[in-house]
Design a protein around this ligand. Structure first.
Ligand SMILES: [Zn+2]
Length: 155
């Protein structure tokens, strides 16, 4: 995985992963890599983990075209050779809208939160908790609205 700091414009790949194809900011959240600084903290609502797991499942079902091939290994875990660094289901990425932006979030961001004390920004916690089921029209309509009422690479 490529490293990004939080709130950078995403140009990881073509299609939905390239901010040039969106009419709103497409911002990276939780693209952590060994040797790069990230914000640490402990503000995690108890149900955030379940919400991330649900969204991971729903995104993989609804948008198979944005799945990566294979699982990513956590480079922070790889510092410990006795630790299995494979992140299961890490081929999924979440596209989570708020009022102005769409956040691209690795599907296993919960691992960074739980194992590496990553502090995901408060406004992104809010967006994740409020994100409609990606399989519904509510989600489709919200993405369209945030994307300046235009179609996005997701649809
Ligand atoms: Zn790790």
């Amino acid at each position: 995985m490529t490293h990004y700091y939080d709130m950078e414009l995403c140009n990881y790949h073509d299609g939905a992963f390239d901010y040039n194809n969106w009419n709103c900011p497409l911002l990276t959240i939780g693209w952590l890599e060994k040797g790069k600084n990230y914000t640490k903290g402990s503000n995690f609502p108890f149900d955030l983990r379940d919400r991330i797991a649900f969204l991971r499942f729903a995104f993989s079902e609804k948008f198979p075209s944005i799945l990566f091939r294979g699982y990513h290994e956590c480079s922070l875990c790889k510092l410990d050779i006795n630790h299995d660094a494979t992140l299961y289901h890490s081929h999924v990425n979440l596209f989570v809208p708020d009022e102005k932006n769409v956040y691209v979030i690795p599907g296993r961001v919960d691992h960074y939160i739980e194992e590496h004390n990553y502090q995901i920004p408060n406004e992104v916690i809010k967006a994740i908790m409020n994100c409609p089921d990606p399989r519904t029209d509510d989600f489709k309509n919200l993405v369209k609205k945030v994307n300046n009422n235009s179609s996005s690479p997701l649809y």
